[in-house]
Unconditional design. Structure first.
Length: 304
């Protein structure tokens, strides 16, 4: 809901502060009189999947389980609006729906950082960034959360000048306003609460090498340490071994892929550096308390 509200409110405030109807909007949903948010709130909609006026902008707002919203009817409607000349955009996981419709092919886009790995696995031909928002021609996407406001403020500045955008930002108590160049996720030091340069370098390499894990000896050698020093470094700052930390990174990515994509469990295992499905299942259960098959709701493979 925060993504939805953050995207609409700058438009309302732009109208109010300019004392002109610069923007108008309607809410649409497929075959429903309302849309339900993940927090339980319901928002009444104004229309079904009908053609919009030429020159309109269509924004897809997505939350959890966005793949369930990528119905044949919704995808067909989005493709038709694109053919009729609508500018298309997405908020949070709405980028998944646009990608599924083939409307982000050859474009640069973004999506919430939690969904980025799964998106990249399913749509390897699409350039997906970690930025707060991306505007590529007549396609605009943002990471969700408060990033919807950043994207709309940029749009207001482009269409009606930076002064109005600044007034809207002041009304929303948004300072500083983020640009399209800003990253959406905290840096490694901010996330782990440690600024040790060698530790940060090692963790960054771990995060960049999930599918083909790097050995502890190679990680240590890269930063001029022995494996024993590497062990001490991780236990001092993160209270776990480097092997354990790396495993948790890989398994967290696996969980995101299981929950956010239709990839088979075996392919998820391979994407996270596990060559043995049984070993993957054992490690997954040890961390999350359930097997990857139960997480997905699929029956385990028969032996043989």
């Amino acid at each position: 809901m925060i993504a939805f509200a953050a995207t609409i409110e700058p438009l309302r405030l732009a109208n109010r502060l300019s004392r002109r109807d610069l923007y108008a909007w309607r809410l649409a949903a497929e075959g429903a009189s309302h849309a339900a948010c993940s927090n339980g709130a319901r928002v009444a909609v104004d229309m079904g999947l009908e053609d919009v006026e030429r020159g309109s902008t269509v924004l897809v707002c997505g939350g959890v389980d966005a793949h369930l919203a990528a119905t044949r009817g919704a995808l067909t409607w989005l493709r038709k609006q694109a053919r009729l000349g609508a500018r298309l955009g997405a908020v949070c996981t709405g980028s998944y729906v646009l990608a599924k419709a083939g409307l982000l092919d050859g474009r640069r886009c973004t999506i919430h950082w939690e969904n980025r790995a799964a998106f990249a696995e399913e749509f390897p031909e699409i350039e997906v960034s970690n930025r707060v928002f991306e505007i590529d021609g007549d396609r605009m996407t943002c990471a969700g959360g408060a990033a919807g406001a950043d994207m709309m403020l940029d749009l207001i500045a482009r269409e009606h000048g930076p002064d109005l955008a600044s007034l809207v930002a002041d009304q929303m108590i948004m300072a500083p306003v983020r640009s399209a160049a800003d990253e959406q996720r905290l840096s490694v030091p901010a996330r782990i609460g440690v600024r040790h340069p060698k530790l940060i370098s090692i963790i960054q390499r771990m995060e960049d090498n999930i599918e083909e894990p790097v050995s502890p000896s190679d990680l240590a050698r890269d930063v001029g340490m022995s494996t024993r020093q590497l062990e001490r470094l991780f236990r001092r700052y993160l209270s776990r071994s480097p092997k354990r930390y790396y495993m948790e990174l890989r398994l967290q990515k696996a969980r995101n892929l299981l929950l956010q994509t239709d990839m088979s469990v075996i392919n998820v295992a391979l994407a996270c550096g596990f060559t043995s499905p049984s070993h993957f299942s054992k490690c997954y259960r040890a961390l999350f308390g359930r097997t990857p098959y139960r997480e997905r709701g699929a029956p385990p493979l028969e032996a043989g």
